[in-house]
Design a protein around this ligand. Structure first.
Ligand code: BJW
Ligand code: ZN
Length: 252
């Protein structure tokens, strides 16, 4: 995007009580975390549909585990970017501000956001497929193969606590996200291709309930024709500019 943030957006934000932000892999791209789809997409060798499902894990748990370990290594070595930080700052600028994310990388929390609904889980957590015992990363053996549950007599496979295709989203997170979408005055959809459901239904749900719908993405998506405002560009540039403009206008 070139030029200033449109006045229409700043006026809407200044008048808003409830802001809901919905993010996808694109917000972490400028931190160095690859996205899933598109030319810059993650793991060109595999489609996410081929690895992010229980059947793939049961068939080849070591391969799927290795994929998650490689991603954990990347995520552990990167930092939240200016877009994440701007979203964390926005939490303090409105009477109510909710952040719904499809990302599992924990970068929003590391940037300081607190009111977060994580629709697709969190890569830092794991659990035993057999008995449900929870494991965080560090206590697991760092071998190339999938670890096994250490609970007496279990020996179950340990999987990442993320939502795979065909699995239900965590109920509390989903219900919170639906509430935040339905009650939003302004809804911002940022850095998501809108390809994966039910998450992709939230922006339109918000719009149908009266929200003003804003999309931020370097590329148009299936959501773009429905957006009230499409800001074409990088979230790490546009979001700090929005926060800057908001703060300037509030100080006037
Ligand atoms: C930038 C940028 C920059 C780049 N700044 N932007 C039809 C209707 C409804 C549902 C279905 C359906 N057909 C099939 C389904 C079910 C399925 C589904 O949606 N499939 C689709 C492929 C069609 N959904 C499910 O299975 C879900 N569960 C479910 O429906 O439960 C009910 C059920 C139960 C039993 C049986 C059947 C149904 C679960 C979905 C789980 C998705 N999981 C993943 C993996 C999570 C764990 C992990 O990370 O490994 O979630 S898949 C992957 O995609 C990940 C992401 O969260 C998700 C969304 O991707 P996202 O974030 O949009 O990333 P990209 O890469 O696609 O886009 C990045 C964007 O950023 C691009 O637009 C870039 O342009 C942009 N960008 N740089 C701003 N700097
Ligand atoms: Zn177990």
């Amino acid at each position: 995007m070139t030029g200033p943030i449109p006045d229409s957006l700043i006026s809407r934000l200044l008048a808003a009580e409830r802001i809901t932000i919905f993010t996808g892999a694109g917000v972490s791209a400028e931190s160095g975390v690859p996205t899933f789809r598109g030319n810059e997409g993650l793991w060109k060798k595999f489609k996410p549909e081929e690895l992010a499902n229980l059947t793939a894990f049961m068939k080849n748990p070591d391969l799927v585990w290795e994929w998650y370990q490689a991603r954990r290594t990347i995520i552990g070595s990167v930092q939240p970017n200016a877009g994440h930080r701007a979203l964390a700052e926005m939490e303090g600028l409105f009477p109510a501000c909710a952040l719904i994310t499809q990302n599992v990388d924990n970068l929003h929390r590391r940037a300081g956001s607190r009111n977060i609904f994580e629709l697709h889980g969190n890569i830092e957590r794991n659990y035993c497929l057999t008995c449900g015992t929870r494991y965080t990363g560090p206590e697991l053996p760092q071998t190339g193969t999938v670890p096994r549950c250490s609970r007496a007599g279990c020996n179950g496979l340990i999987r990442p606590d993320v939502v795979w295709f065909g699995e239900m989203l965590p109920e509390d997170e989903w219900e919170g996200a639906v509430r935040a979408s339905a009650s939003a005055d302004v809804f911002l959809s940022i850095g998501t291709s809108g390809a994966v459901y039910p998450a992709a239904s939230l922006p339109l749900m918000a719009k149908q309930q009266g929200a003003w719908l804003v999309e931020i993405n370097p590329e148009p998506t299936p959501l773009t024709p429905s957006a009230d405002l499409f800001l074409q560009g990088l979230s790490g540039e546009i979001l700090p500019a929005i926060v800057r403009t908001l703060n300037e206008r509030r100080d006037q």
